[in-house]
Structures are given as structure tokens and as C-alpha cells.
Ligand binder design. Structure first.
Ligand code: FE
Length: 210
């Protein structure tokens, strides 16, 4: 079944002014859509038209199929990123809050590390909160690389590509990161990922908004 563009889990103006409706319309409707379309075309051409997105990513990595890997991984990363953001994502609570305190010292220390790793990351990529063996860590992936498969289970991600912030913050990636980390991260999504213990899967069936 072809991969679909999953709808945003909030209205496109819900994250403004940090991330404007204009940015979300382009980022979701054009960039994410293009990754989905290219993944479908490239996957069908190599006999992976019925595979899940995670299977496509794993097969493309194994085969060294860079164009398919990059498009499939970017399709997955964006689906995960939309859920990593929320206009009311709360604060870390319960098991997640305890793990953050244990592994970073405090929520503020984690926020500082996300900010500084995101600021220093060279060129395009992603910064993640992840867990492995129950231990939390901040990770980075470059360009279209992903934590969708592999040993580190992603809990949250932030898109560091210029298309994520350029319309709203021009070249000021630190300002974008500050606004996202300071109030738009979806801690409930991170907590759900941690308690599930298995990596989130890109939905195959897409519920159309009513
Ligand atoms: Fe992006």
C-alpha cells in the first residue's frame, strides 16, 4: 500500500509565532509530501511497493540505496517530528521526568543540551532525545539519516534543516530552538514512546480529518 502524507496533529497556525502557518504549510504540504511521493516512486521501482516505511528504510540501508534511504528516512522523520511538537505538550512527568533527572540532572540541563547540540550541529540534520537500555541521551543525525531503525529508540526530535525555521527566524537557528525547546515539545508523546519501549511506527492507515 503506498505511503501517505499523515495530517498534522494540530491546526497549521497552532505553533505560531515560533513556527508559523506559512512554514507548516510549506514544510508539511511541500517538503514532507515530496519525500512521501519520491519514496513511493522509488520503492515501487525496486519491488518494495507493499513494504512498511520502516521496512523500506531498513532495506534501502542494507542495499546502499541512498536515494530511497534518504527519502524514506525523511518521510519517517517528519511524521515523527510533527508529533514531537505540540502547542500544549505539557511538562515531563512520572517515569519520563525521573529518567530525565537521573540521566541529565534536571529538565533544564536536558533543555540546555538539546539547545547547544542543535545550535552546533553543522548544516542539515536532526537532534533527538533517545533511549537505549533505559538510559536517555541526546543524539544527532546528519542530513536524511534517522533513528527510525537501530539501537537508539527515539523519544522526540527537532528538525534542524533550514526549511524548518528560515521563514520565521531567517538564519537564527538558536531562536527557533529556544522557542521549540522552551514551549513546543510534546512531552506526552515522549512519555508514551518511553513507556511503550518500542519505536513509534509511521501510520499506514491515515485517518482523514473530519
Ligand atoms: Fe524538514
Amino acid at each position: 500500500m503506498p505511503l501517505k502524507l499523515i495530517p498534522l496533529p494540530y491546526p497549521d497556525d497552532a505553533l505560531a509565532p515560533a513556527i508559523s502557518a506559512d512554514t507548516l504549510q510549506t514544510h508539511h504540504g511541500k517538503h514532507h509530501q515530496a519525500y512521501v511521493t519520491k519514496t513511493n516512486d522509488l520503492a515501487a521501482a525496486v519491488g518494495l511497493g507493499d513494504a512498511s516505511l520502516e521496512q523500506i528504510i531498513a532495506a534501502a540501508r542494507e542495499r546502499g540505496d541512498k536515494p530511497l534511504f534518504n527519502n524514506a528516512a525523511q518521510a519517517w522523520n517528519h511524521g515523527f517530528y510533527w508529533r514531537s511538537l505540540s502547542p500544549n505538550g505539557g511538562r515531563p512527568e512520572g517515569e519520563l521526568a525521573a529518567a530525565i533527572e537521573r540521566d541529565f540532572g534536571s529538565h533544564d540541563k536536558l533543555a540546555e543540551e538539546l539547545q547547544s547540540r542543535g545550535e552546533k550541529h553543522f548544516a542539515s540534520g536532526w537532534v533527538w532525545l533517545a533511549q537505549s537500555g533505559g538510559k536517555l541521551s541526546v543524539e544527532e543525525t546528519h542530513d536524511g539519516d534517522t533513528l527510525a531503525i537501530g539501537d537508539k529508540q527515539p523519544l522526540l526530535t527537532i528538525d534542524l534543516w533550514e526549511h524548518a525555521y528560515y521563514l520565521d527566524h531567517k538564519n537564527q537557528r538558536p531562536a527557533y530552538l529556544k522557542a521549540v525547546i522552551g514551549g513546543l515539545l510534546n512531552w506526552r508523546f515522549a512519555a508514551d514512546n518511553l513507556s511503550r519501549g518500542e519505536t513509534w511506527r509511521y501510520p499506514e492507515e491515515v485517518a482523514q480529518p473530519a
